[in-house]
Design a protein around this ligand. Structure first.
Ligand code: FES
Length: 144
């Protein structure tokens, strides 16, 4: 009579163990699929030191594009004038998050930098973004 009382208990433990295994497996799968897109990006720029970073036509006039893998931001303050700055915020080292309204913006604490010369437009950052050397040739922009 006491044996049937134990069996449901064991079944419940097995069920819990199975749930725990599934619980661990799902986040791992999610992490793998998230990394897949990053790997694709990196694969495309595999020869980033020798290949072009982007096309000039991909950089908006009066705006810019952030390249997270290379940690740079390329801007076009005026038509045909291209600039490149580090994308690492001088405040606490976040990668800047957007380019809008003529500013390179950091989402961590709200600092903003000029797309023209990287100077601080809005704190708390106090130091400008350092300019990076680029080569613009044949409609392509390459990190120097
Ligand atoms: S790290 Fe960019 S504003 Fe703080």
């Amino acid at each position: 009579m006491s044996a049937p009382a134990h069996q449901p208990f064991l079944d419940r433990r097995r069920a819990l163990a199975g749930a725990a295994t599934v619980g661990i497996g799902v986040p791992l799968l999610a992490a793998c699929s998230g990394g897949g897109s990053t790997a694709t990006d990196t694969g495309g720029g595999g020869g980033s030191s020798s290949g072009p970073l982007t096309a000039t036509s991909d950089i908006e006039v009066g705006g810019g594009t952030i390249f997270r893998d290379q940690q740079v931001v390329v801007t076009q303050p005026a038509k045909g004038q291209f600039k490149c700055f580090t994308a690492v915020c001088t405040h606490q080292g976040c990668i800047v998050s957007s380019v809008s309204g003529g500013d390179i913006r950091c989402g961590c604490h709200g600092s903003a930098f000029s797309i023209d010369d990287g100077s601080v437009v809005n704190g708390p950052a106090t130091q400008p973004l350092a300019e990076q050397q680029i080569t613009v040739q044949g409609g392509e922009i390459t990190l120097a």
